[in-house]
Every structure is written in C-alpha cells, then in structure tokens.
Design a binder for this molecule. Sequence first.
Ligand code: GTP
Ligand code: MG
Length: 203
Amino acid sequence: MDIKSAEFVVSNTQVAKCPDSSLPEYAFIGRSNVGKSSLINMLTGRSKLAMTSATPGKTLLINHFLINKSWHLVDLPGYGYAKRSKREQDRLSRIIRDYVLLRPQLTSLFVLIDVRHAPQRVDMQFIEWLGENGVPFALVFTKADKVSKAEVSKNVSAYLAQLAEQWEELPPHFVTSSAKAQGRDDILDYIDAVNRSLASGEV
Ligand code: GTP
Ligand code: MG
C-alpha cells in the first residue's frame, strides 16, 4: 500500500473526544520507549509526524493521524515506565484502558515489544488483559537493528513459545526496525488486507 497522505488530526486525553468518524483505526501500544511513535513515522515515511524522544514518557495523549484520507493510525502513551508517579501511571493506564475498551473504531491493536529483551512481565500482563477482554491484537517486535539476526530469532521464538503456553492461537507478528524501515511493507500490507475485508463486509 502506498502512503499518499498522512495528517495529524487531534490529540486528547479522553476517548469521548476522539474523532467522530467511522474510519477503521490501528493503534500502537507498548512500554514507554519501545518505539511506538517512531514506528508511525517509519510506516508513513514522515519522520516528524509523531513526536519521539530518547527518554521514555514522551507520548502522553491519544494522537490520531489520518492516512490516505481513509483510515486512522493512533499513537498512545506507553505503559510500564517505573519513574512515573503512581498517580500519573494510573492516569495513563485509564486513558489506555478506556481507549482500548471503548473505541469501536479500533480495528487492530499492535502491541510493540522490544526484541532485545526476554519476555517481560508487564507486557505479558497487558496481553493477558487483552485476552480477558477479547481485544484482537498483533505483535510488533521493535529495534531489530540493535541486535544480531540470530538474537532476533531467538528472542522472537522465546516470546511466541511463552505465549503458546496460554493461547491456543498465536497472534500475527512482525519484526521491525524503524531505523532501517524493516517490516514496513508487511505491516502496511496487513492493514491494507484488513481494510479491504472491512470494505467488502467480510468482517
Ligand atoms: P513513549 O512515547 O515515551 O511511550 O515512547 P515510544 O514508544 O513512542 O518510543 P519512541 O518512538 O519515542 O522511541 C524511543 C527511542 O527509541 C528513540 O530514541 C528512538 O529513536 C528509538 N527507536 C525507536 N525505534 C527504533 C528502532 O527501530 N531502531 C533504533 N535503533 N532505535 C529506535
Ligand atoms: Mg511515543
């Protein structure tokens, strides 16, 4: 799929204030600093569309981007940043929870996982919570340029093996590097296929 246009629409803290539209939505979630905003910039080919930072905790709002005038990409705040106050963590968790559970336009949630690490408890808990609430998701492993190919496949396999202990069917997964544009076509093709099936009334 070609990205012909990518425009920032709105930022806000409340799901009720998200765009009043029936366009399908694809959102990015994961630990702070995992690379959600960078992935949006990589996918759209617009390096400054979503704000990124080397320090965790940059994205604090729900950010909508309109792509090809026909679907939305959504950048969300990260979870699991230990240096935040409990109050701030709770506030951000509520924003994430409300968006994920109360936004019918949400078509697929991409859960980002830093491919450099062994499975982390906070991510597993988040995925478990998605399962309990019947929220469909795909996995995106990020920062693949930072480790060897062997390390990438070892960590991806370990992750999927751990998920297989609890899930009968594994979610789709993608291996990406925003620095190298790795995984771009795979994710855009996946979104394109889902958009087409929605348009044809298959789902
Ligand atoms: P929050 O908004 O704070 O939750 O973080 P985020 O998940 O949006 O992360 P962000 O995209 O801001 O990226 C965090 C840092 O990781 C930045 O310094 C990025 O340049 C870097 N980064 C993100 N993706 C990649 C990648 O694929 N490869 C490399 N080498 N660095 C990356
Ligand atoms: Mg961000």
